[in-house]
Design a protein around this ligand. Sequence first.
Ligand code: ATP
Length: 585
Amino acid sequence: MRKVFSYLKAYRVAIGAALFLTLLELGVELLQPLIMAKIIDDGILKSDLSVVKFWGIVMFSLALAAFAAGIANSFFSAHVSQNYGFDIRRLVFEKVQSFSFVNFNKFPASSLITRMTNDVTQLQNTVFMSLRIMLRAPLLLAGGVIMSLIVNWKLAMVLVVALPFLLVFLKWVLNTAGSMFRDVQDKLDGVNRVMRENLMGMRLIKAFLRRDFEKDRFEQASVDLKVRTVSSLRLIEVSIPVLLFVMNIAILFILWFGSRQVNFGTIEVGEVVAIVNYSFRISSVLTIISFIIMAFSRAKASAQRIGEVLDTEVDLIEAAGADRSLLLKQGAVEFKDVSFSYPESDVPVLKNLSFSVKSGETLAILGSTGSGKTSLFQLVPRLYDVTAGEVLVDGKNVNEYPIETLRKGIGVVPQEAVLFTGSISENIGWGKEGASQNEIISAAKDAQIHETVEKLPNQYDTRVGQRGVNLSGGQKQRLSIARALVRKPKILMLDDSTSALDLKTEAKLLKALRTYSCTTFIITQKISTAMEADRILLLDDGAVEAWGTHEELLKNSPLYVRIVQSQFGEEDFQHVKGFKQTSST
Ligand SMILES: Nc1ncnc2c1ncn2[C@@H]1O[C@H](COP(=O)(O)OP(=O)(O)OP(=O)(O)O)[C@@H](O)[C@H]1O
């Protein structure tokens, strides 16, 4: 938490200015009752109008100065709080960008969004409030007591006795409210999670008629948030009457003692008025302090949550000795006895895989669902690290490459096409920083999406709706492929990315890919696609069932033969066998 607040150091000058102006305002506020006492005792009670006039003008001038100081303070406070919020949001965003998937598992997306938005706003508001009033309130409290002691120490002892009780009580409220607001922020994560899932799955919810079910789910999350918020606020609300009750009793004492002393002639009326005035100011300050406590408790919880993100150790890091000069030149890939299990599970997903793909070759990966195809993909660009064995690119372990170099040379097309809000052009160009329009169009042509884009109302400037809502599945897939092609990767990895394409379009795409000097991995379920590859890797339950050319697999792998038969039927199977044998001779 301390670390989160330490980023305020960058604004120490503006903070200093804001605090100085607060002190100015505070000084005026503390002087006012004294001047008032002077006007009453030396002016009104002695019927001396010149004293009333003089001190009246002084009081007015001071009020003007305090007004100007207040405005300037607001300016500095807003400057510091907004910039600080901006910095924290950027830091959290950058940190999240560096997260590995293991880190992501610790923080659900909805929670990260709340931390980057609501939690940062809480901090921002608290910093603003601190610079405006948080310092002023305790100082006014202490100043009020000191000034009362100066006016008449005997009478002011009432305040000296009452205040320690109040301060202990306030500390208890602060600690208790802190943990309660932590719960509130966690419940807010819950509401965001349900909301996010609903917005993303709206089509499914409508198609499955699950509106009422989702409504109940949302209501439950909302009720949880409301209950927690109400109980936290209630604590603060209850604290205000307690504070005021104690202070009112203290004021009654002051009036009772004061009036007796006035009768005995040991104290001036103005002095009693001044101390009562200070007491009322202290009462109002205590109310403000309750609200400050609320803000601070919330900020404390938010700072903890932001601190958790910033302090997270990114476990997938560049090796200390990564060779910065290393370049990914050929794109040859070799798996050497690779085993892998996801970090939070002991179940091996890939078992002792060994195979290699020469530069420029195409490898098709086949296997039943859950056999580990996507997991295998993730090891090449180091989205995960192997548990055992080695993944080599151009003969070097992937760990030896700077992560940026490695990933720059790889074009990944994920199973589910991910598009961003923006134009078609921007979505394709996203794959390569500074891609020219010609490069974008050329990639689109090879990905077989150019003709489709040309028919759109604004061609390449057509906006892609949220997550590509205005595009078909096949169009989204081809845009994703274009995005990977535009970076002219040395290794291209297509994760079942042609599943929504018709056979003719797919054939054209595969032909275009041959013109790229890159090593290509294609996860596919279709034998017709696999047959186009130089080699095929057949995975079964995370292990290599077979690896080789189509013909070799037909000879050596009964499982491959069964898959071919199931997709082509016995008659066409003979044809497929013959066709491939003929074409290879
Ligand atoms: N993030 C994860 N954490 C833990 N286990 C996972 C994770 N992702 C996948 N798995 C498990 O790893 C195994 C292999 O999954 P993977 O996605 O690699 O299979 P796949 O062959 O690509 O499947 P499909 O063809 O259905 O896409 C599965 O049993 C799956 O449950």
